[in-house]
Design a protein around this ligand. Structure first.
Ligand code: NG1
Ligand code: ZN
Length: 568
């Protein structure tokens, strides 16, 4: 197929998806997101983008339709690269250009930049995309349970079909991490169906529990499914799980409520309130909450006072995992014959939103803590530089990455020990680490696999949720949103902890912060909402609230107030 044949096909499709007026889309922290009703052209063009990405890499890529924890009327689209991670950042400017190109002719120019414009010639040269040369592209499509997903799925398919040689494979309703997992496995040539995913999770969870000491534990877990896809999939997983008593609420069934409304991980984390369908009967129980697309997980304990919860957030999940992994590595490395400890690098990655108490605790354990900008694509990249890299956002999005080198080392060691020292603590530790790498999603943060690992580690430690929660006490914090005329006027550095633009703002934030014991405060433009986010931490809740409020006022002063201030 030549470019000459491709152009009319593309043009014909493009005309069916006119751009909405006056909107500019940006491939933000988690792809393109907006009101679902105005996203058809964006999703259509994201289909083209995915097809090009597949052509370029010669591998299968993924396209996921979701707006995660956002309200049910929103939707979004993001691309998964062949390794199951987020699309490489170098393609984001092209993604923005393609999605915002104002008319069919212009769009063609951008698309067909592959041979027309100087810019495109440069892009194609740099990227070396085999476009129009008979190659085929495969794109796995997934969507969450949002009502706008049906029509948007069609738009994505049309976008893919408009690129000659590209094929869309509809995987149905999935959690975001399931789709990323499938893409990764397909490209690795390993089993990649949804039932393979479920079986792998159930099997490695069982193995981990079998490798744990015989501790008695509170086995009952009540899960808030956010009325989304995560709850639905957990119900499915439950059928083949043994060793865990799970009760799922907010599954999205008729009458159970709306997606993310008064429920879900984002609600529980930000509001520190019990989700709908939970009440006084649950006080003191071990509870967990998933977000709308099943990639975030937080735990909580409903407390007796009003609607509050004791929040066990992503930082605490990270801490639990770090303790467990460190212990296994110590067992492993103490054993003669295994390379010394320095040979296995263990690192943890957080963002500036991590509670200061968690960072202090992790450092006290002797762990290397790296700070990355908000957005899992940044955390993931940092974590991948370690043999074992654990990353989590405070909101519950994260996973544990194992390097191929370390895994093959572990496998070889385990094979060797199985004849001589099977049953030794060192052998078991190696097996545990191998099972963790099979259980926990290596592509992206995954609430379902994260939940099973939390449960396996609690079982191993013999800990109640209360004991886990008491590892350290969070510093009081407050998140606020400032509505400003142009959020992108705020430019940050040092993993978003310092404002470099507008000049002068950081100095005033610093001055304000210095007034509060244990004060810490930063501001950054959101990647998913049209706001500047403000975070403050201090020794008391009143102080954290007041510091956050002062920072909002400073942002307003520098950027111009454009609406009411809301809680995060
Ligand atoms: P933005 O809107 O860029 O703050 C939010 C979350 C991120 C991440 C993305 C993607 C906070 C403060 N920010 O990003 O951590 O999860 O959404 O969903 O929670
Ligand atoms: Zn999500």
């Amino acid at each position: 197929m030549t470019h000459e044949k491709q152009h009319p096909i593309l043009l014909d499709y493009v005309r069916q998806y006119p751009l909405p007026h006056g909107v500019r889309f940006t491939y933000g922290t988690a792809g393109f997101r907006s009101e679902g009703s105005i996203l058809a052209s964006t999703v259509f063009r994201a289909g083209i983008l995915a097809a090009l990405r597949s052509l370029k890499t010669g591998s299968t890529v993924g396209l996921m339709l979701t707006a995660s924890h956002n309200p049910i009327s929103d939707n979004g689209v993001k691309i998964a690269d062949p390794d199951g991670g987020m699309m490489i950042q170098q393609w984001e400017p092209f993604a923005d250009a393609l999605v915002n190109a104002p008319d069919p002719e212009h769009l063609l120019q951008v698309s067909a930049l592959f041979h027309c414009t100087l810019l495109v010639i440069q892009f194609v040269k740099e990227e070396n995309i085999p476009f129009g040369g008979g190659q085929s592209a495969n794109i796995l499509l997934g969507r969450d349970t949002r009502p706008s997903g049906d029509a948007l799925l069609e738009a994505a398919k049309q976008g893919i079909n408009s690129v000659v040689g590209a094929f869309a494979i509809d995987m149905g309703i999935l959690t975001t991490p399931q789709l990323h997992w499938m893409v990764r496995n397909i490209n690795k040539g390993t089993r990649s169906s949804e039932s393979d995913y479920m079986e792998q999770l159930a099997k490695s969870f069982r193995c981990l529990v079998d490798l744990a000491p015989d501790n008695t534990m509170e086995s009952k877990l009540v899960v808030d499914g956010a009325n989304g896809v995560g709850g639905e999939k957990l119900q499915q997983l439950k059928k083949i799980l043994s060793g865990l008593d799970i009760c799922v609420r907010n599954t999205g069934k008729e009458g159970e409520g709306l997606l993310n409304e008064g429920c879900g991980a984002d609600y529980v984390q930000k509001e520190k309130a019990i989700p709908s369908s939970f009440g006084l009967d649950d006080v003191g129980m071990k509870c967990a909450s998933l977000d709308g697309d099943g990639d975030r997980l937080v735990y909580f304990i409903p407390s007796a006072s009003s609607n509050n919860v004791d929040l066990v957030d992503g930082d605490k999940i990270l801490t639990l995992f770090a303790l467990f992994i460190k212990e296994q590595l110590d067992f492993l490395c103490n054993e003669q014959g295994f390379d010394n400890k320095e040979a296995v690098s263990l690192g943890v990655v957080q963002t500036a939103y991590a509670n200061g108490a968690s960072t202090a605790y992790l450092k006290k354990l002797g762990l290397e803590v790296v700070l990355a900008p908000t957005g899992v694509k940044y955390l993931h990249k940092e974590a991948a530089t370690f043999d074992v890299g654990i990353y989590f956002e405070a909101n519950g999005h994260g996973t544990i990455l194992f390097s191929e080198k370390f895994l093959s080392h572990l496998q070889a060691r385990s094979d060797e020990l199985s004849s001589t020292a099977s049953g030794s603590e060192s052998h078991k530790s190696g097996l545990r680490l191998l099972e963790v790498s099979r259980l926990i999603n290596q592509a992206v943060g995954d609430a379902l696999s994260g939940l099973l690992l939390v449960e396996a580690v609690l079982q191993y430690k013999g800990w109640s949720i209360k004991a886990w929660n008491e590892l350290y006490q969070d510093l009081p914090s407050r998140q606020l949103k400032a509505k400003v005329a142009d959020r992108n006027a705020v430019v940050t550095a040092n993993a978003e902890t310092k404002v470099v633009k507008p000049p002068g703002l950081q100095e005033l934030i610093d001055e304000e912060t210095a007034k509060y014991p244990c004060g810490r405060c930063f501001v950054r433009p959101s990647g998913t909402e049209d706001v500047v986010r403000v975070y403050a931490e201090a020794s008391t809740q009143e102080a954290a609230d007041s510091l956050a409020q002062s920072a909002v006022q400073l942002v307003d002063r520098f950027l111009g107030f454009a609406g009411s201030h809301q809680k995060a």
